[in-house]
Design a protein around this ligand. Structure first.
Ligand SMILES: [Fe+2]
Length: 212
């Protein structure tokens, strides 16, 4: 399923948090090498955060508990990680779904793809900020994250608008979390977002990032 549609689900035999994290690591090790996220941890537990509690350049700092827009994990790195693995420790109540969308199904024409390869954008990541494009020349991945990408000219603005518009019109797959669920996402192909969450809902997902 991972090769076919860019994401797959898996449920471990035992649903306690340790088993879920062990299983997450087992699958991650089969897929590639672990990379650290923003908090420099190889393994993180993420939960919906209010803007004041979140990393200043994270999507939560902008959107808080509201719906998190579609994005590609680690878009602020020169090369985003290949896979994103999430394991559900607690779906929360009410639970907030994860939305998934393959950018190759957005119906981008060859002119539009070429435009995304050439329009410059600024990737904000503190002192290591750099200029890049939404698509690299080999189109292996899409770089997209409204939290860290900025237009520096009209072309960049048009490129970001184009992707945002298309993401808004396509119909995503919706994953409703149950305790113990593991979601394996090909981050180069499938963008993810989160539905609105409530304060204190208790949603907790373990996350690991993989380079391959
Ligand atoms: Fe994310």
């Amino acid at each position: 399923m991972l090769a076919k549609r860019g994401w797959s689900t898996h449920t471990p035999v035992s649903l306690d948090a340790d088993s879920v994290i062990r299983e997450l690591n087992r699958i991650g090790n089969m897929l590639g090498t672990r990379v650290a996220g923003r908090a420099t941890n190889l393994e993180e537990v993420i939960q919906p955060q209010a803007p004041g509690d979140a990393h200043p350049r994270s999507l939560s700092a902008q959107f808080g508990l509201g719906a998190l827009p579609f994005h590609v994990e680690l878009s602020h790195r020169p090369r985003p990680c290949r896979y994103l693995l999430l394991g559900c420790l607690d779906p929360g109540s009410p639970s907030a779904a994860t939305m998934l969308l393959d950018w190759r199904t957005l119906g981008l024409s060859s002119d539009e793809l070429h435009f995304l390869e050439s329009a410059p954008i600024l990737v904000r990541t503190g002192r290591r900020s750099f200029y890049s494009t939404l698509l690299p020349p080999n189109r292996a991945f899409l770089r997209y994250d409204p939290g860290c990408l900025e237009a520096v000219d009209e072309r960049g603005r048009a490129a970001l608008d184009l992707v945002q518009r298309r993401l808004g019109t396509d119909v995503p797959e919706i994953h409703q979390w149950r305790c113990g669920d593991i979601l394996i996402i090909d981050n180069w192909r499938v963008l993810h977002g989160r539905a609105r969450s409530d304060q204190g809902a208790g949603r907790r997902l373990a996350r690991i990032l993989i380079d391959a």
